[in-house]
Design a protein around this ligand. Sequence first.
Ligand SMILES: CC(C)(COP(=O)(O)OP(=O)(O)OC[C@H]1O[C@@H](n2cnc3c(N)ncnc32)[C@H](O)[C@@H]1OP(=O)(O)O)[C@@H](O)C(=O)NCCC(=O)NCCS
Length: 276
Amino acid sequence: MVELLASAAAGVSIRSLRGTPGLQAADRLLRRVWNIQPGEDPPMALDVMCALAHTGGYIGGAYLGDRLAGVSAGWLAAGGTLHSHVAGVAPEAQGRGVGNLLKAHQREWAAERGLTAISWTFDPLVRRNAYFNLVKLRAFAVDYLPDFYGPMSDGINDGDVSDRLLVRWPVVPASGGVSGGASGGASGGVSGGDELLAGSEVIVDEAGAVLSAGNAPLLRCATPADVEGLRRDDPAAARRWRAALGTALSGALTGGYRITGFTRSGWYLLARGDVS
Ligand SMILES: CC(C)(COP(=O)(O)OP(=O)(O)OC[C@H]1O[C@@H](n2cnc3c(N)ncnc32)[C@H](O)[C@@H]1OP(=O)(O)O)[C@@H](O)C(=O)NCCC(=O)NCCS
């Protein structure tokens, strides 16, 4: 069943990718999503994808008709889990539910193998991904990883420090099904309304300034509206944002706070460990 997960409404079908031509198409798509120029590193090398597919790893492809529009790949990891290294949707197909269906397929694949959770990292400055991961999918942020990949040379991250948030997404047992999309049946996570912010202390404001290390029961931390655009147009401002979250968000997490919310307007909400 996991070989073909279809959404009639979105016109999308998802299946595991095997065979060199399919993986070459996946490579071309990932290079396009990440805007990889000659000489830059793709998010996952083609030879690694071939080896991964051959050795029982996860590579899912999302098709709009017969056109590959999304790819996700990951490997079996410690503790009976799947680590998802990459997920990308063609720019012209983004925002139509393809990413959500890819994650649903990934979780169904993991459930069929008796895996308990899926982990992945994302850039905490990218609002779109924070909202998708924490609110839509309801994954849990478990760690802040400073400069996780070292300096990167691709079209999205070029010139920036690669701080990442590590998330964990519990897998619903195989009998749980995938109805309701990728978030259906998730056991927890965060919700996204601005009302969550009431009574919280600002640790990074909307201009990217660190205001405080934070010691209130609830904290909030802003993100830039479009960090990828900022990296192109104002790299110094993008670096200031990176440093601000690297100080304040990372500091709060290592100081015992946990991320309990992310709003549409781009705020992380954090609660002290003793606050429910
Ligand atoms: C992240 C990505 C895979 C999501 O795929 P997608 O097909 O666009 O996502 P969906 O249409 O399924 O949207 C799912 C949710 O993502 C969030 N989202 C997607 N695009 C968004 C945008 N432009 N702004 C804010 N949130 C957005 C929303 O929460 C959305 O749900 P909603 O519309 O019900 O609120 C895709 O945007 C992508 O390939 N981005 C570039 C590569 C990348 O950053 N990969 C992720 C690394 S973790």
